[in-house]
Design a protein around this ligand. Structure first.
Ligand SMILES: Cc1cn([C@H]2C[C@H](O)[C@@H](COP(=O)(O)OP(=O)(O)O[C@H]3O[C@@H](C)C(=O)[C@@H](O)[C@H]3O)O2)c(=O)[nH]c1=O
Length: 187
């Protein structure tokens, strides 16, 4: 029984939705974002290699769907500390019964939820308001040569983004659709 978190399985095995329990008082609140003890069963010895923070200014802007290839594959714990985003993970694990399926959840400063994204998933999000700040815990160092991505608008996945996508990086816009080569990702 976790003291500081309530951990929920999603339909994609290993992808976890974590509700952070807030300890409030007259000053405000305290919440834990990461815990080696309480996450031990799924972290399984993985260590945090880096923590990243992003600000995305405009509503409808999106980043993703990113992952790192071996030997820099990584688990991420993603939280929204300001604003509200629709956060999505796509299962790209070889041999997975849910290969190609996506799961999305609203993460916000108000709902105190995080997504635990295992290795083998691509990740991205869309802002649902302006000035969204995200905090990422990564179990691998950033390795530009190992970065890879799938296109967040690829019909092979059919991700239902809540808003029209108003803004992406040039790199994210350029990720090819993989519809015709979808099966080849599995091998
Ligand atoms: C991801 C990353 C980027 N960078 C650099 C590369 C580039 O110059 C600048 C911005 O990088 P990007 O455009 O890739 O940033 P961004 O699109 O925000 O990338 C992030 O997207 C979300 C969806 C994720 O899941 C993250 O893991 C990460 O991939 O920061 C680092 O130095 N370290 C890092 O860990």
């Amino acid at each position: 029984m976790s003291a500081r978190f309530s951990v929920e399985q999603t339909p994609l095995t290993g992808l976890l939705l974590i509700a952070r329990k807030v300890i409030g008082d007259h000053r405000g609140y305290l919440e834990r974002l990461f815990c080696t003890t309480e996450f031990a069963s799924f972290l399984d010895g993985r260590k945090i290699a880096q923590i990243n923070h992003t600000l995305t200014r405009n509503t409808g802007a999106a980043r993703g769907m990113h992952f790192q290839r071996e030997p820099y594959q990584e688990t991420k714990i993603v939280s929204c500390l300001r604003g509200e985003v629709f956060d999505v993970a796509v299962d790209l694990r070889k041999g997975s019964a849910t290969f190609g399926k996506w799961y999305g959840a609203v993460l916000s400063a108000e709902n105190h939820s995080s997504l635990y994204i295992p290795e083998g998933f691509a990740h991205g999000f869309q802002t649902l308001c302006s000035d969204c700040e995200m905090l990422y815990f990564h179990t691998a160092p950033y390795a530009a040569e190992a970065e890879d991505a799938v296109n967040m608008l690829d019909p092979a996945f059919g991700i239902e983004w809540p808003l029209a996508i108003t803004e992406r990086s040039a790199r994210d816009e350029g990720h090819p659709f993989i519809t015709s080569a979808f099966e080849s990702l599995k091998t």
